[in-house]
Design a protein around this ligand. Structure first.
Ligand SMILES: *[C@@H]1O[C@H](CO)[C@@H](O)[C@H](O)[C@H]1NC(C)=O
Ligand SMILES: *[C@@H]1O[C@H](CO)[C@@H](O)[C@H](O)[C@H]1NC(C)=O
Length: 332
């Protein structure tokens, strides 16, 4: 359906391969050990440091939002997304975990699986390990060839955003058009933490919870505040229960209970973990299909942190299936 659009990028860089998404079945046949390597690596890492789960989720959002889930956020160096403003404490150890998993997968299967796929699978494994729901992850996504431009990276919604309509607009442009998408994906904060600099505005709001945040931060400016004050490391609906009690740590969290429509969904998720899980799975599938303007064009990186050397022959992937590509034009 969309191969003509994808061809535009390939014309400029002749050594690249244009490919549509491979079906999950094809990738798992190419590398049968893929899921078990990802799952066991994530579980081992999270047993040592549970905060990596939130780190993986944040990296995944930051990757998908600007330019589609193309692992462009993993590229290091000047002019990369990691060097841009809204990179909000991307955890270096979570970035490294994905690169370590890539090395293991490539050692077992050759360079047949992209960093984009590994990042998506590792994020899901972290959600599941933290007690959350499983959901479908499309594979066969190629790694992007360049960082997203700053103009797109700057659309990442910040923690001080106070208007649901502003948040909704940003999410809508990424194919996340339902208010429930915004509310469910904010639920990733169920395992998140943040430094005081990210909620100074909330801490100054003048209510009892804000006063406690401010007092904690003045005692220890380096503190990492749990974003779910009910059940910090569990991927459950504690975040929504806290919100119902006006205990949201970010201004953008509080915005959800200040808006009548969003508040209704917050209360629904506070009452039903299953409703949250179901919507989270739906919204993660939409996030995975966030617009990638150039289509699924790229390579399978031999290090998640850098482009393959230009003299390396790009991995040839067969055009098998364009499943999952439909959203791209519709969402732009
Ligand atoms: C995030 O960006 C800021 C500048 O905007 C930079 O100082 C910081 O090192 C970046 N963080 C990471 C993890 O690269
Ligand atoms: C403040 O610090 C106390 C004691 O460490 C902690 O229990 C609480 O969760 C922190 N944050 C808030 C908002 O009270």
């Amino acid at each position: 359906m969309s191969s003509s659009r994808s061809n535009a990028g390939a014309g400029v860089l002749a050594f690249l391969t244009v490919a549509a998404l491979l079906s999950p079945a094809v990738v798992s046949q190419t590398c049968k050990q893929l899921e078990s390597i990802v799952t066991s690596s994530v579980e081992t890492a999270l047993r040592q440091e549970i905060a990596l789960a939130a780190g993986l989720l944040r990296i995944y959002f930051h990757d998908c939002f600007p330019n589609g889930c193309d692992a462009s956020v993993y590229l290091k160096g000047s002019g990369t997304e990691q060097a841009m403003g809204p990179n909000l404490t991307l955890q270096p150890r979570a970035l490294q975990l994905v690169e370590d998993i890539r090395a293991k997968v490539h050692a077992a299967c050759g360079a047949t699986v992209s960093c984009a796929d590994i990042s998506a699978l590792a994020t899901r494994a972290a959600v599941v390990f933290s007690g959350g729901p499983t959901y479908d992850v499309p594979t066969g996504v190629l790694d992007g060839l360049a960082p997203a431009p700053e103009s797109l990276v700057s659309v990442l919604p910040g923690p001080t955003t106070s208007s649901v309509s502003a948040l909704k607009k940003v999410f809508g442009k990424k194919g996340l058009r339902d208010l429930a998408d915004l509310v469910a994906l904010s639920g990733a904060h169920t395992i998140g933490r943040a430094g005081c600099g990210f909620f100074r505005d909330r801490a100054a709001a003048g209510d009892a919870f804000g006063d406690r945040l401010a007092a904690n931060c003045s005692r220890n400016p380096k503190l990492l505040q749990n974003l779910d004050v009910v059940t910090q490391d569990l991927f459950d609906n504690g975040y929504y229960k806290a919100l119902v009690d006006d205990q949201g740590v970010f201004t953008s969290d509080m915005a959800l209970v200040r808006d009548a429509g969003a508040a209704k969904i917050v209360r629904q998720f506070a009452d039903s973990k299953d409703d949250f899980y179901e919507q989270f799975a739906t919204s993660m599938a939409k996030l995975a299909a966030a617009p990638r303007p150039g289509g699924n064009v790229g390579e399978i990186r031999c290090s998640c942190f850098s482009r393959n050397p230009t003299n390396t022959k790009a991995i040839q992937t067969d055009v098998v299936d364009v499943a999952g590509d439909e959203g791209f034009t519709a969402s732009a």
